[in-house]
Design a protein around this ligand. Structure first.
Ligand SMILES: [Zn+2]
Length: 298
């Protein structure tokens, strides 16, 4: 097994008493850093959020389904949004990617300080229904893992252990990144719960452990004695799903008035994707075609 490769494992413990997800996401986080040119603390914010999104996204049923995490904690990094699909591809953005903060007293990057604690974590499960299912919980610490554990406990009534971490090199690049999610199923034995709780302190240092063991190795070290059974192996990847067609649909949905303004005042439009910074240009003629569609829309 190549430890330098990102991996997402989905499996069960104790014959289904709990389910567990382990992600090793160094390359995916490094790509996110490159795309958004993030400061070290924002690399950690983005890395934790996309690692979590990949884990949650792989629980979707269909290819078109999407899982979106939104952290709005009023911290200096601003709003953070990440979207994942069933195949463990993710895209994400944060409002102020270059914000720098002093490291904490314990030497760790101040993720909670960057995200802020005065706000909400929103989870949107878009599974092809008319209205996507949305769960909201107040942020606990802005450290992401704790906030997600709270979301699962209060919004989905699923006791969960969440650990997420990103180690950033002094040169700014990502050394290691990853996460673990363990969810206790109804009927889980007391001894299994005790076994899991015993492992919680180890997980505090997840990014270093991930760098040392790799995803597969860390899962084995943590869960090897708990009937760890791998159900699926995936490769999590950074991938934006924007396209000219999607941007066209967004322009049409702005409405005729907005399109007329773009045509008459700006003689064209240039739109940039917030997730990957790809830019899409539309000249007057193209905008007129979209205006015709907007007018024809019901
Ligand atoms: Zn894009």
């Amino acid at each position: 097994m190549d430890r330098s490769q990102d991996i997402l494992l989905r499996g069960t413990l104790g014959g289904g008493q709990a389910r567990a997800f382990v992600i090793s996401s160094r390359n995916m986080v490094e790509e996110a850093r490159r795309v958004h040119d993030t400061s070290p603390v924002c690399t950690a914010v983005l890395g934790r959020v996309i690692s979590a999104a990949a884990i949650m996204g792989c629980q979707l049923k269909n290819d078109e389904d999407r899982l979106t995490l939104i952290l709005d904690g009023k911290g200096p990094a601003g709003r953070v949004v990440a979207t994942a699909a069933r195949d463990a591809t993710v895209k994400a953005m944060l409002e102020n990617p270059q914000v720098a903060l002093p490291v904490r007293a314990d030497g760790k990057l101040d993720v909670g300080g960057a995200v802020g604690r005065d706000g909400m974590l929103t989870v949107v499960w878009d599974q092809g229904l008319k209205t996507p299912y949305t769960g909201k919980t107040p942020l606990v610490s802005g450290e992401v893992a704790e906030d997600l554990a709270m979301y699962y406990t209060t919004s989905e009534q699923t006791p969960s252990m969440v650990s997420l971490g990103v180690q950033v090199d002094p040169d700014g690049s990502v050394l290691s990144a990853g996460g673990v999610l363990v969810q206790v199923m109804p009927g889980c034995s007391e001894s299994m719960i005790a076994d899991l709780e015993m492992r919680a302190p180890v997980l505090a240092d997840i990014s270093r452990l991930m760098g040392e063991y790799g995803g597969e190795g860390l899962a084995e070290a943590l869960f090897g004695e708990l009937e760890w059974e791998i159900l699926e192996r995936m490769e999590p990847r950074w991938k934006c799903d924007c396209s000219r067609e999607r941007i066209e649909r967004a322009l049409i949905s702005l409405g005729a008035q907005e399109l007329r303004t773009m045509i008459q005042e700006d003689h064209g439009a240039e739109l940039t994707c917030h997730f990957c910074h790809a830019s899409y240009r539309f000249d007057e003629k193209e905008l007129r075609a979209l205006l015709t569609e907007a007018l024809a829309a019901p």
